[in-house]
Structure formats: C-alpha cells, structure tokens
Design a protein around this ligand. Structure first.
Ligand code: ATP
Length: 234
C-alpha cells in the first residue's frame, strides 16, 4: 500500500476532463516532483488530490483510506497540507493573523506559531505587516508556515519558487528539503530551476495533456533527459 495512491483519475472543470486516467503512487517520506509544460494539468492534479475537484473516474487513497469522496477540510484534517500557487495567504490579514488562522484547530497555537517564527525569522521581523504587502518570497514563506503549522504528513506545493529571486529560491529549496528530511512527504510542482529541485527529488513525474507521460528517479531524470527541451517555453 502506498502512502498516496492515485489510480486512473479523470477530473476537470464542469464536464470537461483535464486529467485523463492519471495514476501515480507516492511513498511515505519521499520528495516527488511533478513537471510538465503549461496547461499539462499539474495544478488540476493538486486541486484534485486536495479535494477541490470531484472525480469523474478512478480513486485516490491517502494512508490506505479513500479520500476521493471526502471534502477538502476532511482531507486536510487527515494530514494533507496544500499550498496553492496563488491566493495562498489572506492578503488583508497580518502575518500573525495568517498564522493564527492556520493554527486555529490547535490546542497550543502559540507554541506552534513561535516554532514557525523561529523556522522563518523573516516572518518574525514582519509579524504585524499585512500579508498582501509582503515580497513574493516572504509570501511563500508565510504560505508554507501556515500549512506546516498543523504538522501535515503530506505537503502539496504548487510552484512555490516560481518568479522569485535566486537567493530566495535557494533558501526556500533548502527549507523544503529540510521539511522533507524531518519526515513530511512532499509532492512538489516544479516549473523553474528544475535542476536545483530535481537533484533533491526521489522521483519525478512528467505530465503532458493531462497524462502522466514518464516516471523516473530524480537522478535518472537529470542524467538522461534533455531538461531544456522539456522546459522549453518557460
Ligand atoms: P501551468 O503551469 O500553466 O499552471 P498546469 O500544468 O498547472 O499549467 P492546469 O492549471 O492544471 O495546468 O490547467 C490544465 C488545463 O485546465 C488548462 O487547459 C486550463 O486552461 C484548464 N483549466 C484550469 N483551470 C480551469 C478552470 N477553472 N476552468 C476551466 N478550465 C480550467
């Protein structure tokens, strides 16, 4: 039994299917990268796993339990953290209020918030600032901290480093690798800096037109595939 098992999933928007029988299996503790060109269906896959899109076919199991008939909040309570690509913070709320929102189900939210502020000192410096006024990198840190606050077992990240400055990217990649090394399984949609990310990935899935086209270890992928060709146009 895999930690996360996605089998023959068809899903999309309204009646239009975007994923066409996508299947993938993630093991506990892995870091898995999902790559593919614009419109390949990567975000749709993330939305579907997190419970925001109904399935037209197939099944999804998380820790051996079917989740494809559960709501997004039920799935989150089972230990799935999701950081979407956009709108991943409450722009009108301060950094602290965002963390408090993330922590509202916890018995000791203060301890956990302080833990996150130690992990992301940059957020500590900006504790009272509205999230909408943070830089791109700071916003991603806040989104990550808000998801991590409940100790998710599985973290889905949709392009967390896209569009950020190189120095910030380096720090965020290190942070995400550290999160994975401390036991959280990470599934990561990657568009930019594939080399930097793939060298840390246990496995890579390549998506194209709503299909899983290829599965490789991160190392195999870096050695054998022509990344420039695959990422052409980005
Ligand atoms: P990108 O890297 O550009 O974000 P992606 O691989 O994440 O691409 P998706 O965002 O999953 O791709 O989009 C897959 C397809 O689904 C695209 O053709 C897109 O136009 C379509 N799509 C996405 N969101 C919606 C929506 N809300 N309603 C209808 N179609 C949508």
């Amino acid at each position: 039994m895999s930690f996360l098992e996605i089998k023959d999933v068809i899903s999309g928007y309204g009646k239009i299917p975007i994923l066409h029988e996508a299947s993938l299996e993630i093991q506990e503790g892995e870091m898995v990268a999902i790559i593919g060109s614009n419109g390949a269906g990567k975000t749709t896959l993330m939305h579907t796993i997190a419970g925001f899109l109904p399935l037209m076919n197939g099944s999804i199991s998380f820790q051996g339990v079917r989740i494809d008939n559960k709501s997004a909040s039920e799935i989150a309570r089972m230990g799935l953290g999701y950081v979407p690509q956009r709108k991943n913070v409450f722009a009108e709320m301060s950094v602290l209020e965002n963390l408090q929102m993330g922590a509202y189900t916890l018995r000791n939210p203060k301890d956990k918030i302080n833990e996150m502020l130690d992990l992301f000192p940059r957020l500590k410096e900006r504790i009272g600032q509205k999230a909408g006024t943070l830089s791109g990198g700071e916003r991603q840190m806040l989104a990550l901290a808000s998801a991590l606050i409940v100790n998710p077992k599985l973290l889905l990240l949709d392009e967390p480093i896209t569009g950020l400055a190189p120095q910030i990217i380096k720090g965020l990649i290190e942070m995400i690798v550290q999160i994975c090394n401390s036991g959280t399984t990470v599934v990561w949609v990657v568009e930019e800096n594939p080399k930097e990310v793939l060298k840390h990935a246990d496995r890579v899935y390549l998506m194209d037109s709503g299909l899983i086209k290829m599965e490789r270890t991160g190392k195999e992928f870096l050695e054998k595939e022509n990344l420039e060709e695959l990422f052409l146009g980005h």
